[in-house]
Write a protein that binds this ligand. Sequence first.
Ligand code: GLP
Length: 244
Amino acid sequence: TIFDNAQEGAVTLAYEIAELIRSKQRKGEMVVLGLATGSSPISVYRELVRLHREEGLSFRNVITFNLDEYYPMQPDELQSYVYFMHEHLFDHIDILPQNIHIPDGTLPIDKVKDYCQAYEKQIEECGGLDLQLLGIGRTGHIGFNEPGSAITSTTRLVKLDPLTITDAAKDFIKEEYVPLRALTMGVGTIMKARKIMLMAWGEGKAKILHKTVEGRVSDEVPASFLQLHPRVAVVVDQWAAAEL
Ligand code: GLP
């Protein structure tokens, strides 16, 4: 769906998420959301906070799993995705703290493998992801699944692409302060979600969006694997859609 601007797209995405939460609430069920960071989802989270404050949308039945986190990263650092999620969403809604999951960037390296397997297991034990919200990086990454990521990949420690490091530099003052690695759900983890919503705003995403939606399905553009998913919505503004 192509919107005139990002704000309209974000409101629609937030409305869909809210509807899913409410429909599960009516059935007395929990809903499991996969959440993203970066600048793209900020306006979606702002709208969800507004729906909570002004329209009584409750998040008591919501379980969340975030896609990724830099490694190493302390949760109280300004660039951490833990900090981001609390600042933009969790601190402003009534989600229960025990229902929030974000990959732990503080683990010693020898604990990472088991931790990643446990993260996968936790998602499964909650019944799997009902909905995964995604942004897209200019390398075609979803989460931090950089080019070369297999369609079957699961949660793991990855190396960031040089372009991703350049793009992240704005948050870290200098490029050399950007961590070289990250923990991320795999493409396979994402593909198991029952529904996926990919958002992209602005002309900077036009090229990669074209490759993602209309290009060859290949690990050179990990987001192109989404073409194989049966229920994926691509929500963009007119600038990101410029090359479609
Ligand atoms: C980071 C995140 C991705 C996100 C991407 C795009 O690399 N790990 O999940 O999609 O940035 O960021 P932005 O939305 O700021 O363009």
